[in-house]
Every structure is written in C-alpha cells, then in structure tokens.
Design a protein around this ligand. Structure first.
Ligand SMILES: [Zn+2]
Length: 340
C-alpha cells in the first residue's frame, strides 16, 4: 500500500510498503477515508526536530475498520471510527481523570504512519470511537479534524477556561488556533480575539466565531490585547504555536488570575522565572487528551452544529503528499487533506 515517508528535511516520498497486519491482539486495521498533514509534521520537515531515519508520517485518521485483534471488543469491522494520535487504554487512573494522552500505557496510535491507505491502530478499544453509522462523505473532513486539530484546539480552550463572560485571545492562526476560536465560541465565551495577519485565516476565524482580529504580534500584539481589555489582558489565552515568542505573547496577554492553555508543541521554549512568578497566571496544556472530548465532538459534527472540516483548504491525492507539505510549509494552505 501507499505510505507517505519523510526521508530527510524537506523531502517526502510516497512509497509502496507492506499492508499493515494485526501485530497485537489489541490492534485494529482501519481503511482510511481520508488523512492529512499536521502542523507538527512541519517541525521535522523544517529540520527543527531531528529525523534520524526515514519516518512514515501521519497521526490523524478516520475510516472504516477492516479487521480487529482477538482482544478487541468495542469496535468491529465495518464501523466508521475516529481516534486520537496517542493510543490509550482508557481505563487507568490517568485516563479516567481525562488525561488519556498521559495514559500509563500510552503509545503512538499509528506507529506505522497514518498518511497511508490503511493504518494499524494500537489499543483499539481505548483509542477508537465508533460512529453508529457510516457518515456521508462530506462529513469526513470534520471527523478527520476531530482526530487531532479540533480536539487540540478544544483542549486549549478548556485549559484556558474559556466560557461564559470570558474574553479569550488566541495566539496562532493555524488549524489548531482557528479551531480554538470555534471551541471558545462553543464553550460560550463572550469575546474572542483571534491574532492573525493573514486575510484568509482571519475570514475563517470570523466564521468560527471571532469577535475581534488583532494583526500585531509580539509586544505590539500584547499591547493591543491590553487595549481591548481595559488594560487588564484576556481572561483566557490559547497558545497554539509553540515558540518562545508565542508562549511569552500568550502569558503576557493574560490578566492576573487568568488562564493560558498551551497546545502548540513547545520547541526551545524557556520561561523567565521571575516574570512567571509575578504574572499570576495559570498555565496548563501539553498534548491534548483528544480522547476525552471525542464523543462530544463527534455528536456536535453529526448534528451539524460545528463544521471543523473547513480548516482543510487544500485536498490532494495521497500520492501528491509532497506538494501538500510544500503548500503548508509555504503557508499556501492552512491544512491539507489527503485522499488515499
Ligand atoms: Zn490509561
């Protein structure tokens, strides 16, 4: 079958590899209805994250179960499923507390890559959420978004304690930041300030529920947030980039007593202790426990309440994955959907 493999920074090839097989009794094999490229795939693509050997890519997936291992009881062949990028048993104490990405049995859900025709999913019972019926094709992008970027933006909003009466600022206008806007709206935030300099992303932020757009970034961006909030800063700030600048922008945009939900994968971020000490903000984040939110998110998609699939603004055949990476790297596309 065809699999997208990163062979070196800036280099992605779609190769023929062996069909996945059940390796553990807890595995499932899923035929992908669609897959996609993640902003986090750009870290190794840009050489910021080490790539020691060719890596089959992809960790976002939605599709039809073809086969399950002998120990799997909650999903069966023929069902349409969505799961998170980390597999979890969903039974340990950490999972039951809603932190499945920190499960004591955590492992990559798609160790052989998910930018492929088929994928082997580990710990299928704890990881996959089946839909009652196979959805129409036009909903597939939204279910695929739920696998990572929607769940991650949602966690950012929850960690930032977005809710009624709150002013929420969102740092980052990638798919996760934009879906953080959508999550903040769904959670009832009063005012949602999207920080973006790109017209197409501002437009989507508007559609997802942003009430204000701030185009400045860094210290100027912080000053604008302060201007818009009576000099105090936002109650809730979602950090969806993962750089030193974005993290400090998020912390400095938050009022004392407020909350930062940081979900951008942090690279080389160092926080100044004295500034943190005097900021009086709550920090919470990390890899999103998408599995916690999936049943609710899938319901909202099925009912037509949310349409997170709109973050996919470029669709390509899997065989053209390399062009998809280029388009995201050059910011020509927000997020690329790949059709196997
Ligand atoms: Zn667990």
């Amino acid at each position: 079958m065809r699999v997208a493999v990163m062979t070196a920074p800036g280099e992605v090839r779609v190769e023929d590899r062996a069909e996945p097989v059940i390796a553990e009794p807890t595995d499932a094999i899923v035929r992908l209805s669609a897959t996609c490229i993640c902003g986090s795939d750009l870290w190794p693509y840009r050489g910021i994250e080490a790539l020691r050997k060719p890596r089959p890519m992809g960790h976002e997936y939605a599709g039809i179960v073809e086969e399950v291992g002998s120990a799997v009881t909650t999903v069966r062949p023929g069902q349409f499923v969505v799961g998170s990028f980390f597999a979890s048993d969903n039974t340990c104490e950490i999972c039951r507390a809603g932190y499945q990405t920190h499960c004591v049995n955590r492992q990559p859900a798609a160790p052989d890559g998910a930018q492929a025709e088929r994928v082997r999913i580990t710990l299928a019972d704890g990881t996959l959420v089946p839909l009652p019926e196979v959805p129409p094709d036009d909903l597939v992008p939204s279910f695929l978004a739920a696998s990572d970027v929607l769940g991650t933006g949602w966690f950012g909003a929850v960690a930032a304690e977005a809710g009624p009466g709150k002013t929420v600022a969102v740092v980052g206008d990638g798919a996760v930041g934009l879906l953080g806007v959508l999550a903040a709206r769904e959670l009832g935030a009063e005012r949602i300030i999207a920080m973006s300099r790109h017209a197409d992303r501002q437009k989507l932020a508007d559609e997802f529920g942003a009430t204000d757009i701030v185009t400045e970034r860094g210290d100027e961006g912080v000053a604008r947030i302060k201007d818009l909030t009576g000099g105090l800063g936002a109650h809730s700030v979602i950090e969806a980039v993962g750089t030193q600048e974005s993290m400090l922008q998020a912390i400095r945009s938050t009022r004392a007593g407020g909350h930062v939900g940081f979900v951008g994968v942090a690279h080389e971020v160092t926080l100044p202790g004295m500034e943190l000490f005097f900021s009086g903000v709550h920090l919470h984040g990390g890899p999103a426990p998408v599995r916690r939110f999936l049943p609710d998110l899938l319901d909202r998609i099925v009912s037509g309440r949310i349409d997170p699939g709109r973050v996919f603004d470029l669709e390509l055949p899997l065989d053209e994955a390399a062009e998809g990476y280029r388009a995201m790297d050059e910011r020509r596309a927000i997020k690329v959907l790949l059709r196997p």
